[in-house]
Design a protein around this ligand. Structure first.
Ligand SMILES: Nc1ncnc2c1ncn2[C@@H]1O[C@H](COP(=O)(O)OP(=O)(O)OP(=O)(O)O)[C@@H](O)[C@H]1O
Length: 625
């Protein structure tokens, strides 16, 4: 029999195919099953227009048979088959897709979209096989043929015996090498897993012999293995089903089956989008933070399917970073795939889908916030930090989209409130949205700096996350109300006593200047406080960097010694102030001691380290004796 050569370019292409197009060898099974499914779909298409053809769905299937002894794996289908000529054209010429030509002639309707388009998938069989044999009988009748090839050398075609219409592809699985095991492609559990992973939603049954255990008949404790042909794919993807047919449990079991997470999702969104881009998606908002979520190892992304065939496990481009917690899948017919189906060629459609998905996720979170507050707060505990990062990142590009999803603990309600809730109940004369930063709510509550704002009856938002203040600085304002730290220089409340204040400042200028000179390099100013009520002293900051930000930045490597411009504020209505005044007049050494002590106390209140704790305790002893 004459051996025919693959065309010259085809030889090179075949070599490339085997060695470099696909990153995972197991993909070959996905490709052959997709071809088999296409072959059945083609009969379905023809039946739509040919009155002599009927398409009885139950008679069409794909069968996988592994024979360990002979090291063969067979993929049989009851599809349209190939004539000798079609074998020559479609299997003899790489990168020629009979399926693409068919698709162009028979426009896709009702989701029966043909998968093949590049004309290369078939050759992936050579990644796992030394010899590939195709026996096929065409629906158009006539003789069956056998095509056989051992790779780049070429192929043979000869008449063969086959009764039923369809195609049978037999792979002679390669022998194991030092680096690679090919045996796995003959193992039932492995084949089942590969089919589940990539081809679970192929529309036709994929049948395989499956071995299970059962109690021996008549025995109570003896078991036996038995083998039975079973369908191993789910066939109908849940996302193609109508939402009304599905229950919450269905969505939850899909979430668990797919191992999106081990928790119970808080909410799901099922999308059937039919517009500029066509896709279906099921998205989940998980309940718990995955253990690696806030680490570099965490990989965001959604499963991506093209026509029910898995293309990518985690397509990161489908999710913005601020929604990286979302799990789920997208299936689309409109994707431009690259030849290996492992990547997307143009990302225009993908970008459209991603944009659409981001707005749907936002909508889902908004409705959770509005209608199921408790659940939203649970979500926020797990992933709120990510939303705040989202406000801060990319120079605030997403801040407007995310601001209404933020929550902070309120000084009045002692529970989480939205910015909208805060602003909507602000008294008319209140100019700013006030916030205070600290490690815990309890610590913030005790901060002397909150006294005046709290006395005014104004609500304060507690920032306990290190990202909070950075995010808010990026946001700058909400509904035209600026954010203001209770530690900032100007609280916007003091105006009423302006004249009085100025006089006081003038009267005590010398004392404060003296204290400032004692604290050179530590504070940029010492002044009479307008915010303190019962406490004698506190530290505030002026300028862009707050004390809390200084703490965070300093904890980072290469922070470059960023520090806040600190101001020591003294409560002139406190008895301590009288002591300061009299020391200033009579005993400068005492004033130096008091100044050092007050500064150290202010540092402690802020949770900042004392520069010299020994000196501090010595100073305390000095006033005790
Ligand atoms: N099981 C089969 N039954 C009938 N025809 C087949 C079968 N397998 C392959 N073919 C024919 O061989 C052609 C080449 O297959 P191949 O897998 O290389 O490419 P494809 O499926 O068209 O495209 P892709 O590379 O995108 O999968 C197909 O287009 C189809 O015409």
């Amino acid at each position: 029999m004459e051996k025919k050569q693959f065309q010259a370019e085809s030889k090179r292409l075949l070599d490339m195919m085997i060695h470099s197009i696909y990153t995972q060898k197991e993909i070959f099974l996905r490709e052959l099953i997709s071809n088999a499914s296409d072959a059945i779909d083609k009969i379905y298409y023809l039946a739509l227009t040919d009155p002599n053809l009927t398409f009885d769905k139950d008679s069409y299937y794909i069968q996988i048979t592994a024979d360990k002894e002979n090291r063969t794996l067979t993929i049989r289908d009851t599809g349209i088959g190939m004539t000798q000529e079609e074998m020559e054209n479609n299997l003899g010429v790489i990168a020629k897709s009979g399926s693409l030509a068919f698709k162009k002639e028979n426009e896709a309707k009702d989701g029966h979209d043909i998968i093949g388009q590049f004309g290369v998938g078939f050759y992936s069989a050579f990644m796992a096989a030394d010899v590939v044999t195709v026996v096929s009988k065409s629906l158009t009748g006539g003789q069956a043929y056998k095509w056989e090839s051992a790779g780049a050398d070429g192929y043979t075609i000869e008449p063969w015996e086959k009764d039923a219409v369809g195609t049978e592809i037999t792979l002679k699985i390669k022998a194991n090498t030092e680096d690679e095991s090919y045996d796995e492609f003959l193992e039932e559990y492995r084949l089942k897993a590969i089919i589940k992973k990539y081809s679970d939603f192929i529309r036709y049954p994929i049948k395989m012999n499956v071995t299970s255990r059962r109690l021996k008949e008549g025995s109570e404790d003896e078991y036996e293995d038995y083998t039975e042909e079973q369908r191993v794919n789910s066939m109908v993807p849940i996302w193609r089903k109508n939402k009304n047919e599905l229950t919450n449990e269905d969505y939850e079991s899909f979430y668990n089956e797919k191992r999106y997470g081990f928790d119970k999702p808080l909410k799901h969104v099922h999308l059937h989008v039919d517009g500029a881009v066509v896709y279906q998606a099921i998205l989940y908002i998980p309940e718990n933070t995955p253990f690696d979520f806030y680490t570099k190892e965490y990989e965001k992304g959604l499963e991506l399917y093209a026509n029910g065939v898995l293309i990518m496990n985690k397509c990161g481009d489908l999710l913005p970073d601020h929604f990286s917690f979302v799990k789920g899948m997208v299936d689309s017919e409109s994707l431009s795939l690259n030849i290996s189906r492992e990547m997307l060629q143009h990302d225009r459609q993908l970008k459209l889908i991603a944009k659409n998905i981001a707005s749907k996720i936002k909508g889902a979170l908004q409705s959770l916030l509005k209608d199921e507050r408790e659940k939203y707060e649970q979500f926020y505990k797990s992933f709120g930090r990510q939303l705040k990062f989202g406000v801060y990142n990319d120079y605030g590009a997403n801040k407007e989209a995310l601001q209404d999803l933020l929550l902070f603990t309120s000084s009045q309600e002692k529970q989480l409130v939205t910015l909208d809730e805060y602003v909507s109940r602000m008294p008319e004369e209140q100019k700013y949205i006030y916030y205070a930063t600290g490690e815990t709510n309890e610590r913030i509550e005790k901060l002397p700096q909150t006294e005046m704002v709290a006395d005014k009856g104004y609500e304060i938002l507690y920032f306990t996350d290190d990202i909070d203040e950075f995010a808010i600085k990026m946001l700058m304002s909400y509904k035209d109300k600026e954010f203001r730290s209770v530690s900032s220089g100007d609280l916007g409340i003091e105006e009423e006593n302006k004249q009085e204040d100025e006089e006081l400042a003038k009267a005590n200028a010398e004392l404060f200047d003296y204290m400032k000179s004692q604290l050179t390099g530590k504070v940029t100013n010492v002044r009479a406080s307008k915010r303190l009520r019962s406490h004698p002293v506190c530290l505030t900051s002026q300028g862009e960097v707050s004390i809390e930000m200084e703490k965070i930045l300093r904890a980072m490597p290469n922070s470059g010694g960023v520090s806040a411009d600190k101001v020591l504020e003294i409560n002139i209505n406190h008895e301590v102030f009288q002591s300061l005044k009299s020391a200033f007049e009579n005993d400068k050494e005492k004033l130096n001691l008091y100044t050092a002590l007050l500064y150290s106390q202010a540092l402690l209140i802020e949770g900042l380290p004392l520069q010299d704790p020994v000196e501090f305790t010595n100073d305390i002893c000095k006033i005790m004796v």
